[in-house]
Structures are given as C-alpha cells and as structure tokens.
Design a binder for this molecule. Structure first.
Ligand code: BES
Ligand code: ZN
Length: 634
C-alpha cells in the first residue's frame, strides 16, 4: 500500500467503528466525508501531544463557553465527536491546567477519566474511558486564570481604555490550556462554538459566523462554525469592544473603534492580495478573509487563524510598507491551513512555503523590485542565522527535531523560502507553479510531512528525470544543515545604491550625504542592518539627527535603530527604547532588546530591570515566560 492509501484505509476503519448503532444519533454523512485521515508513517507521529489517534480520535469539537473577565476564565462544555477502533478502551486528550468538573457521554452518562503527570511544556494526558459504543464525549470545565493561550487585558491596556479585552494564541501547543481536545496538527477537526460575553463586547472567532448574536439579558451569545477539518491550533477567539469595516466583497477588518481608520487604510490592498494568491495557487477555500488588528501586546506579527488573521498593530506604518505581513498570513490559507505540518519539526512546510508564497504575492501587486528587495533582506536574515548557529549546526536543517516552538526563523522561514526559490529557478516558473498549485489541491485539508512533500514532488514533477533529480539536491535541502551549492542568491543589484552609501558612510562619509529620505522601508532597513555593530557616540548622534531614528514611527526601523542603541550604550536613545518597550509586546522586538540589555551587566541590566518592571504587565505569557528567566525582577 502507498502511505496515502494506508492512511485512508485506517480512516475508513475508524468510520466503520463509529457507524455502529450506539449511544448517539449516527453522524451526518456530510460530516463523515469531511473527516481527514491521520498519517500513519513514523515521521508523522507527534511527540508534543499525548493523543493516540490511531486508536481513538476527535473529529469534531462543539464549544459552549462563557467568558468571565473578572475570574479570567473561560468555561462551559466541550462536546467531542470521536472515531475509535471498536476495541479502544480510552481516548487520550491534551490538557494543560484545565479544571475539569465532569465528563459524560452524549447521553449524559458519566465516564471515568484521569489526568496523568504534567510536563511543563506538554501539559498532561486526559484519558477518558470509553464504553463499547461511545462516540460523543462532553467535558465540563474551566480554563485556569494563567492559561498560556489566553491574554486578558484590562481596559487600561486597550486603545479605548473602557472595556477589557481577551485574545487567544493557539500555535504551537497552547490551545490545550483552554480547549480539551487532541491538540496535534495532524488530527484535523471541524468545530463550532457558542460564546457568551457581556454587552457591549463582541466575540470573534476563526470560523464562519453562524447567525446574529443571541440576546441573553446582560450578555450576548456569538455563534461560529468551521465545517472544514482544521488543525486544532487554528481555533482562535478575541473578545473586546470591536467594530468591523468591509475592505472588499469577502474581506474586512475588525479592531477597536479608535484604530479602525488606520487599520483599514493600511489593509486597503487586501482584496488584491487574495486575487493574486488565487491566481498563483488556486481558489481561496475559506469563504471570508477577515483580519483583526489586536492591541499592542499581541506577541506575534501575525497569526493565520482561518478566516480571521490576527495582526499586531505594530505593522501600521501608515504607508503599507509592512503589509508583507498580511501577504504572509494570507498565504497560510494555502500553506499551513489547507496543507498543514503534521508535526512541529516539519513546520518549515508551513513557514518556509508561506514565506516564498508571500514574496510571490508581493511581486504580483507591487512589482519585482519590492519583491526582490524583501527576498534579499530575508536572505540576509538566513545568513545571520547561519552565522549565529554555525553553518554545520543541526539547527540549520529545514526539518528540525527541537521543541514545539520549532527552529530559528532564519532557517525555517528564510532558508525555506530560498529552497523554494531555488526550485522555481531550476525547474522554471511555469512548471514549478503548476506543481505547487496541484500540491495544494492534492493535499487540501490534510497533514503533510517532509517525506510526503518530497515524495509528491518526485512523483508529480521530477518523474524519474535523473539529471533533474541530481540538480535539485532535494534531500540535502530538507535534511542537511547549511546551504546547498545550488541555492539561488538574491540579485546584488537590488540594493546597489544603498550598498554604495553604506560603503561611503563606513569609510567616514557624513550621514547627511546618505539619501535616506528618498528610500523605501526595505532600503532603510538594508542600510541600518548593514551598519557596523560598534559605532561611537558622535556617529550615532549624526545618524539619529540625520534620519530622526529615535522618533521612527515604523516599528521595524525603530527596532533596527534600537539594536544599535543597546549595542553601543547610546544614552540619548534610551528614552526611545523605553517608550518602544513599554508600548508594545511583540516578541520579535522585545525579546532581543531586553535580552541584549540584560547581558550588558554594567550598563544595560539596570535599564532592563527598570523597563521590564514597567512593561511586563502588557507582555503576553509566552513572552514573559522567556524574559522572566533573565531574573531581572528579583
Ligand atoms: N504562524 C506564525 C506565527 C507563529 C509561529 C506562532 C510559531 C506560533 C509559533 C505566523 O504566520 C508568522 O510567521 N508570523 C510572523 C510574521 C511573518 C511576516 C514572518 C511574525 O509573527 O513575526
Ligand atoms: Zn507564518
């Protein structure tokens, strides 16, 4: 049997088992057709989940939850549809810190359950005993006030200052802190939810609205449903004082009223991006594409929650120069959400393919120059990662085996994109695009592994052409450290003018002679990141005055400048640093700056301690988890 037919065969066995007359109504045939297979090959086993899906698996999650801002808990019931082998004695779910009150079957009969020993990262297995025909399980529970996936904001931490706010972040293995299910990307589940929140708050989720909210006294109940089976890390919620504005016939943006105008302006090209993505790699299959611009404590740039991308407000630059972020999250609607890494060591399949796809969208809309410039910046990020990790380090392999939070982004994102760009170059754009489009079609709504990706490429594109096979160096790209010799390098011409200015400045030229004002964001970043890491006070003064860097409103430029401020103990930049670190909590910005400060014992550490004490309340648990380890607040 081929791996695929074997996987399908196992899914079929499970369906048979669940079709027997039992304690519940038979599942609807339509729902059954949707059930996505579990991959059975060894490399598809998820070490970061306790689930044993080949014995018993979740196929559908129905949440009925209330959001309690005072207690900082979400609670209610999760009703799971399951498929199991006829002789399965239990189903194992993932649980991290949930307070479980009761577990029953679909008829309300109590089921035995136990929670095993807890691991600090993975949480604990929740094992539920199955009766011979159990096919529905209902868990009554509340999340813990310190659930990793949830950030609860006080009114003071929002733009409007009047209402509290809540948002979730599921990737990679955090959703087990608020949803009791099998939290593994290879176990796809359709889902639905009823969410009760106090008026006038609005609850939005990463799914299709299932009707107007239901009025319930001082509260409203919002309803959502996701009919496609998705990886459970993609279930997401946000609650706050939210308004929506249409951007196009199927796209729009949610955010707080004070932010909506800026957000809509920055996102004005969204509909064009969707059209470009569809032209490249096939239909957008999720219905609507909405986004939500979150409060500044959102720990990521963006998160590709289906139908509702989550975005940091730090991408609001005023000139769309940071909207590559949107192209990226949109591209995940294919690479990541449609075809999903089966396990976290394979996350280059999500992030690397998406980074390539993102660049293709930018090229379609803004032209080859912007795309080539961003590709060159990404290539430089990859080179920095090689330098930092060591070119031969196993950490520079695309397929990793580290933790669930996966490898360095310079590798999985940037080397991943270079891999695909190299394939495009060697195969030819037309033939390559045709294959990639067909790959998304063939594996839509299914998990993917590196081995399957390569097998598909060989079966449907290389087709036994030995010369081509040798030229591509596929296994080396995916499984070996370093950079294969066939890698396409960025066009050195795209930053020719910037690089000339950089050389002149390094040779002692004046900052005032650098034509910075005429440059776009990518060019400015190329310049700032190309500066020597050690500069004296006079040179930094010159740069700051010439380009007003301490006041930069563009978060990427501000960050690039503040790295120099910290590396050179540049006192006049500290106020800007403090303002930046206390006004947003994006991990990519705050982690390296605070870490670098903390490592500078004599000068930076006391500054880090002072700023972190002030900033910590707005930082997300996944950011404070890392920064607390620096011991600044002892
Ligand atoms: N899926 C990621 C965010 C993520 C990665 C969350 C790993 C949890 C674990 C998202 O698509 C992403 O890559 N965001 C980037 C932005 C992008 C433009 C590189 C980010 O947040 O910086
Ligand atoms: Zn991504």
């Amino acid at each position: 049997m081929t791996p695929l037919s074997k996987a399908v065969a196992i899914a079929a066995t499970l369906i048979l088992a669940s079709c027997r007359a039992g304690d519940d109504q038979a599942p609807k045939p339509a729902a059954q057709a949707q059930v996505a297979p579990i991959l059975t090959t060894p490399e598809a086993r998820d070490a970061y989940s306790y689930a044993r899906p080949l014995e018993a698996r979740v196929t559908h999650v129905a949440l009925d939850l209330g959001v309690d801002f005072d207690a900082r808990r979400i609670g209610g019931t999760a009703t799971l549809d399951i498929q199991r082998k006829p002789d399965a004695k239990e189903i194992v779910l993932d649980d991290k810190g949930l307070e479980i009150k009761a577990v029953t079957d679909g008829k309300g009969e109590k089921l035995d359950w136990t929670v095993g020993a807890s691991d600090p990262a993975k949480g604990a297995p929740l094992s539920i005993a199955l009766r011979p025909y159990t096919q529905k399980i209902r868990i009554t529970y509340v999340s813990a006030p310190d659930a990793d996936a949830l950030q609860w904001l006080t009114p003071a931490q929002t733009a409007g200052k009047t209402h509290p706010y809540l948002f979730s972040q599921g990737q990679a293995i955090l959703n087990r802190t608020w949803i009791p299910t099998q939290d593994s990307p290879g176990i796809r589940q359709s889902w639905e939810a009823r969410i009760k929140v106090k008026k006038p708050l609005t609850a939005v989720m990463s799914a299709t609205s299932a009707g107007d909210p239901i009025d319930d006294g001082d509260s409203r109940i919002f309803r959502y449903r996701m009919d496609h089976p998705v990886a459970p890390y993609l279930i997401a919620i946000a609650v706050g004082d939210l308004v929506h504005r249409d951007l196009g016939p199927r796209s729009g943006v949610w955010t707080e009223p004070a932010v909506i105008d800026r957000a809509a302006a920055e996102l004005a090209d969204t509909e064009k991006m969707i059209a470009a993505a569809e032209k490249l790699y096939g239909p957008y299959r999720w219905g609507r594409y909405d986004m939500i611009v979150l409060p500044p404590s959102f720990p990521y740039g963006g998160m590709e929650n289906p139908t509702l991308t989550f975005l940091t407000p730090t991408f609001l630059a005023g000139d769309k120069s940071l909207n590559g972020l949107v192209a990226h999250e949109l591209a995940h609607s294919w690479s990541g959400n449609l075809v999903t890494n089966a396990t976290w060591p394979d996350s280059w399949l999500n992030e690397g393919v998406t980074s390539y796809f993102e660049n293709r969208i930018l090229e379609e809309i803004y032209g080859p120059k912007r795309a080539a410039q961003e590709a060159a910046l990404s290539f430089a990020e990859m080179e920095s990662a090689f330098e930092e990790l060591g070119i031969n380090s196993p950490a520079t392999r695309l397929r990793g085996d580290d933790g669930p939070d996966e490898g360095a982004s310079g590798i999985i994102y940037d080397k991943g994109a270079v891999f695909l760009r190299t394939m495009e170059h060697l195969i030819g754009r037309e033939r390559w695009d045709q294959w990639l489009r067909s790959y998304f079609d063939r594996h839509a709504f299914q998990p993917m592994t590196s081995a399957r990706f390569l097998a598909d490429l060989r079966a449907n594109l290389v087709k036994g052409d030995q010369a081509l096979e040798r030229r591509l160096m596929l296994d080396q790209w995916v499984y070996q450290p370093g950079l294969p010799s066939n890698a396409v390098r960025p066009d050195p011409g795209v930053f020719a003018e910037v690089d000339k200015s950089l050389a002149a400045f390094k040779a002692g030229g004046a900052a005032a002679d650098v034509p910075y004002a005429g440059w776009n964001t990518a060019e400015r970043l190329r310049f700032l990141n190309g500066l020597p890491r050690k500069l004296d006070r006079a040179r930094l003064d010159e740069l700051d005055h010439a380009f007003d860097l301490s006041q930069a409103g563009n978060s990427e430029i501000r960050f690039a400048w503040l790295e120099l401020v910290v590396a050179n103990r540049y006192e006049p930049g500290v106020e800007s640093l403090e303002q930046f670190l206390t006004s947003q909590g994006r991990g990519k910005f705050v982690r390296p700056l605070i870490q670098a400060l903390a490592e500078d014992k004599d000068w930076g550490r006391p500054i880090a301690a002072r700023i972190y004490a002030k900033a910590r309340p707005i930082y997300h648990p996944i950011v404070t988890r890392d920064l607390d380890k620096l011991g600044l607040l002892k």
